[in-house]
Design a protein around this ligand. Structure first.
Ligand SMILES: O=C(O)COc1ccc(-c2c[nH]c(CNC(=O)Nc3ncc(Sc4ccccn4)s3)n2)cc1
Length: 311
């Protein structure tokens, strides 16, 4: 696997694990990095000391590169970025906002900056501001999403930027990896599949909810709040769908969704918590180690390459 992204990240495989709030801890990031991908610690809305502890833990658990994902809607984003300048992290990814004001300072300390973008316009703006690559996330993804599908948005961004594109959203196996490469991406970011790994600290009920879900269970809620979020159908989603009938409930919906991710992911309350997960959930039928997840993807990729000569 030799391409610009593999060289940029210093990894064996261009497979990035999504930096998901609450569940992307040092254990998960280290397991993915040790298996040849790029593990990412998810800050979510955690304060800077908590994030710093996870970084120190990850440095104990792997000597491979790993990254940190800063969710820009977090009230702690600024203080976390200040800490990251000092930590000289290999890679910083960002989500749910525009990291423009942090890019130069991160690059000055040698950190690679890879923003998640949901559109061509934002991808071009990030390239102009010095981003090293962009993660182009389709609406198939879990959590906070844009409106365009991975299949539609990835080639359009590829045609509009010269930096490496990483495809995200709905990718959970070797077929999705090869599809992303066909669309012009040089790697993939995978979230929901890594939630269903042995090393992920998400509650077993959360993992079971994903494993038992079908193709149409990962639905979008909260479009009226301006922060659409994809979660698995449950009592909470039905409650939110009802609230959405009245614009007055805008703020309550946001609070309900973000506030209850912890309830599902950590406490295991998958009926009144928000089970953030992507449309690949219907593909995920087991819980396995991060190494098995990555090795299975690579095996499938080699199988598909073997069949390609017939075209
Ligand atoms: O133009 C601008 O300023 C911002 O434009 C953007 C708009 C959207 C995005 C975007 C879409 N997806 C991602 C990366 N994925 C995510 O960020 N996924 C997330 N899941 C749960 C989260 S916690 C939360 C907190 C508040 C509201 C909703 N969710 S964040 N970033 C990035 C930039």
């Amino acid at each position: 696997f030799e391409n610009r992204l593999v060289k940029l990240l210093g990894v064996k495989y261009p497979i990035i694990q999504g930096g998901m709030a609450w569940v992307a801890t040092a254990e998960l990031a280290a397991a993915v990095s040790n298996a040849g991908g790029l593990g990412i610690i998810g800050c979510g809305a955690a304060p800077v000391e908590v994030v710093k502890q996870e970084i120190l833990k990850a440095k104990e658990m792997t000597d491979k590169p790993f990254g940190v994902n800063v969710m820009l809607l977090s009230p702690h984003a600024d203080s976390i970025m200040e800490m990251l300048y000092d930590e000289k992290i290999s890679v910083v990814t960002t989500g749910a906002g525009n990291p423009g004001k942090y890019i130069d300072k991160l690059k000055n300390v040698g950190t690679k900056v890879i923003p998640v973008v949901p559109s061509v316009a934002l991808a071009k703006r990030m390239e102009k501001l010095g981003a090293d690559a962009v993660i182009v996330e389709g609406t198939e993804a879990g959590g906070h999403i844009g409106e365009l599908t991975t299949f539609a948005i990835v080639p359009q961004v590829v045609d509009n930027v010269d930096i490496p594109v990483i495809a995200a959203g709905g990718i959970a196996d070797g077929r999705g990896f090869m599809a992303a490469i066909s669309l012009g991406a040089e790697g993939v970011q995978i979230g929901t599949r890594f939630v269903c790994s042995n090393e992920c600290i998400a509650h077993d009920q959360y993992k079971e909810k994903i494993v038992n879900s079908k193709d149409r269970d990962a639905i979008v809620t909260g479009r009226i709040t301006g922060h659409p979020v994809r979660i698995i159908k449950n009592k909470l989603s039905r409650k939110i769908i009802n609230l959405e009938k009245d614009i007055e409930n805008k703020d309550e919906i946001d609070k309900l969704t973000v506030g209850s991710l912890k309830k599902a992911a950590i406490d295991g309350d998958v009926t009144s918590g928000s089970v953030m997960a992507g449309q690949s959930s219907g593909l995920i039928k087991d819980i396995k180690s991060c190494k098995e997840i990555i090795d299975d993807i690579i095996t499938e990729v080699e199988d598909i390459k073997g069949k390609l000569y017939k075209f």
